[in-house]
Design a protein around this ligand. Structure first.
Ligand code: HEC
Ligand code: HEC
Length: 475
């Protein structure tokens, strides 16, 4: 059964504000006035009393629900960049509706990998999509979807004039780190937060903006060059280091962009990103300020290293201050929400359990995988970093980060992000290619059957014994 979700954005924010005030009010009340003996009235409202009750409420409402809202809907004020400055909204709207160019039809948007949240659609729209009476080649329909807040990770800001044209546009974490379950149609379904959107062509979407001058100025090149770089990324990739070091291409001439990793299953993992930039809250602040161009505060003097980060040091990216900070107050709940996202279990029938069990023996034994990918985290407890040499790859991407190393990838939920390949740049198209790589790197001498066993094991993660039943995903 699908929830009917209110289509009116103001309605949503009003309800959220009220809910928020209620929670804050209650929490303050609980802290200040509640005593352990005061439980008669309270026990009717919550199952848990005393400070335990305060904690439960804090976790569920202040952290989980707030964090989910931030992850899905908060632009951190980045519409000042994507809309006001790059004017991306005008290209989406198209000349006929007051913008520029042909506009972005829903079909074109879906081809760029954007996803539609079915829970945000009213019944008549769902019906229209089912029986094909909605014209998916009309940019006006894209605007209607934006007005419903149904485009995952993208928020339209509308003028209050009668035509309801777009005023600006902003992006959210969910743009890259959520997808949908395709329950209504391909690319239209219920949200899957934390799943990497490997269909999303971030570069092509940014390149669609009429004004790339702000990026050109930053990188010290012309707009045509910026467009060329953006179009070199391809689906499922983004280059977070480009605006730090200006390196758009690897020494072999291929794009320097990296794959979008999942944002689930990260609980207990020390360092994050492919090259271990820092903790989750470190990276959240980094991305919200520097990549999404939200308005907040960010401190990292490592970016003052002019040799390694010429662009970042020149622009003082390690010293960002906005008077009206729209990011820092949200970091706690955002962090909490991400930690609550489990790595989803593989669908039944997607792997052979007997073969996977043999693979597990190899993984933890002769193939030596678990010396780095320590179960059940599948990364090292501690400093989970290695040089390129240790895993027989070049150090190009590692050298674009402060520690010059690669982070041991946590492997739970690997089955959800097979599109785009494996390792930071997707250099290995399939899991068997990864296993072949290790076989030669570590001279393991694995037979082809043993290699298949390992692949089957990788597809089975998270293992049933290492996850709670609640993460089982029906697919
Ligand atoms: C434009 C796409 C995009 C957006 C928007 C985005 N990310 Fe990411 N995210 C990436 C990419 C690409 C990486 C890998 C970066 C690297 O290793 O250099 C990443 C890495 C991460 C990681 C590390 C995951 C791991 O394996 O340890 C976390 C956590 C994360 N992002 C959270 C967020 C949050 C929270 C937001 C919103 C504030 C966000 N991201 C917005 C693309 C995006
Ligand atoms: C020396 C430590 C080390 C050992 C041993 C090791 N790995 Fe890795 N593994 C890494 C690192 C570091 C990465 C990240 C590489 C990158 O970012 O490009 C990685 C990445 C991976 C990935 C890609 C994950 C993704 O999201 O793309 C897979 C799959 C993998 N390893 C499986 C294995 C298997 C199977 C073995 C045993 C045959 C093994 N690893 C042994 C350190 C190790």
């Amino acid at each position: 059964m699908r929830k009917q979700v209110q289509s009116n954005e103001e309605g949503i924010s009003m309800k959220r504000t009220l809910a928020f005030l209620f929670v804050v009010g209650c929490l303050v009340g609980c802290f200040l006035f509640e005593t352990p003996h005061d439980t008669a009235a309270q026990s009717q409202k919550t199952q848990v009393s005393g400070f335990d009750g305060v904690m439960s409420k804090h976790a569920q409402q202040m952290m989980m629900e707030n964090g989910r809202h931030i992850f899905r809907f908060d632009t951190f004020g980045d519409e000042a960049f994507w809309g006001d400055s790059l004017r991306l909204h005008q290209a989406i709207e198209g000349a006929k509706l007051g913008g520029v160019g042909p506009g972005l039809s829903p079909n074109a948007a879906l081809a760029l990998g954007l996803k539609v949240d079915v829970d945000a659609l009213p019944q008549n729209v769902i019906q229209g999509l089912k029986n094909g009476t909605i014209n998916l080649n009309d940019p006006a329909v894209t605007l209607a979807l934006l007005r419903l807040n149904a485009v995952v990770g993208v928020t339209g800001f509308f003028n209050s004039n009668s035509q309801g044209t777009l005023r600006s546009i902003g992006i959210q974490c969910a743009l890259c780190h959520s997808t949908v379950d395709n329950s209504l149609a391909p690319a239209i379904g219920q949200r899957l937060d934390g799943w990497a959107n490997r269909d999303l062509n971030v570069g092509a979407i940014i390149a669609f903006a009429p004004n790339l001058q702000p990026l050109a100025d930053l990188l010290g090149v012309d707009q045509a060059t910026v467009r060329k770089v953006l179009l070199s990324w391809g689906p499922g990739k983004f280059d977070a280091e480009l605006i730090l070091d200006g390196k758009a291409f690897r020494p072999d001439g291929k794009s320097a962009a990296t794959l979008i990793p999942p944002a689930f299953g990260l609980t207990g993992v020390n360092l994050h990103t492919w090259t271990g930039w820092g903790s989750i809250p470190y990276w959240n602040a980094f991305v919200a300020n520097l990549e999404m161009h939200g308005q907040g505060t960010f401190f990292d003097p490592r970016l003052d290293n002019a040799d390694q980060f010429p662009i970042a040091s020149r622009n003082r990216f390690g010293h960002i201050h906005h008077k009206h900070d729209l990011i820092t107050p949200k970091l706690a709940a955002l962090h909490f929400y991400q930690l609550s996202l489990p790595a989803p279990a593989p669908p039944k029938g997607s792997f052979d359990p007997e073969v996977a069990a043999r693979g597990r023996e190899l993984f933890n034994g002769r193939a030596r995988c678990s010396t780095c990918h320590v179960p059940p985290l599948y990364t090292e407890p501690g400093w989970n970093m290695h040089t390129g040499d240790e895993i027989c790859i070049g150090n190009f991407q590692a050298d674009r980060a402060p520690d010059h190393r690669y982070r041991t990838s946590p492997l739970n939920g690997l089955w959800t992000h097979q599109k785009g390949g494996f390792y930071h740049d997707g250099r290995f198209a399939a899991l068997l290619d990864v296993v072949n790589h290790y076989d030669s790197c570590f001279s393991l001498g694995l037979s082809s059957e043993e290699k298949q066993d390992l692949v089957e094991f990788l597809k089975s993660l998270p293992a049933p014994t290492e996850r709670s039943k609640s993460t089982d995903h029906k697919n």
